[in-house]
Design a protein around this ligand. Structure first.
Ligand code: C2G
Length: 131
């Protein structure tokens, strides 16, 4: 069985999030999703997410294309998570292009960057509502 792993904050869940998870599942039999902790999001983006970890991980875990969810505490732990879940492919959006190539040899996995869905983001949604 081919196990795939992907990561993200998935704050204010939207169509771009759904599409990356659907496309990731097409590349594996079992899809594991590392959802960023609130603290990790703060360290990545300088702000806490609108939906907290419990809410975000429950939404992601309820999707039929997602088989398992866990908390991503640190960006540097990719290799440990890959080994822990026995994943053979790491899938990321292309905003992370090249950033995780180092795990290819480190863990003997494929690393695939999928194009982001255009014209949608959590930040754009928040701006639209605000205006
Ligand atoms: N995404 C997408 N299309 C969009 C918006 C997001 O394909 N229009 C993808 C991103 O490329 C990412 C996933 O959805 O693969 C989750 O996006 P974010 O929540 O913004 O993830 P991020 O905070 O960048 O966390 O270890 C890596 C990080 O945890 C990724």
């Amino acid at each position: 069985m081919k196990i795939g792993i992907t990561f993200g904050t998935f704050d204010v869940f939207h169509y771009g999030h759904l599409r990356i998870l659907e496309r990731s599942k097409e590349l594996c039999d079992k899809l594991i999703v590392g959802v960023s902790s609130d603290e990790l999001n703060f360290s990545k983006k300088g702000k806490f997410p609108i939906y907290n970890y419990e809410e975000r991980s429950k939404i992601i875990g309820s999707l039929k294309v997602v088989d398992e969810v866990f908390k991503e505490e640190n960006l540097e732990l990719k290799a440990e998570y890959i080994k822990q879940f026995n994943a053979s492919v790491l899938i990321m959006g292309d905003d992370w292009e090249g950033k995780f190539d180092w795990v290819k040899e480190h863990c003997n996995v494929d690393v695939i960057y999928l194009p982001r869905t255009p014209s949608i983001s959590t930040t754009a949604i928040i701006e639209k509502i605000r205006n």
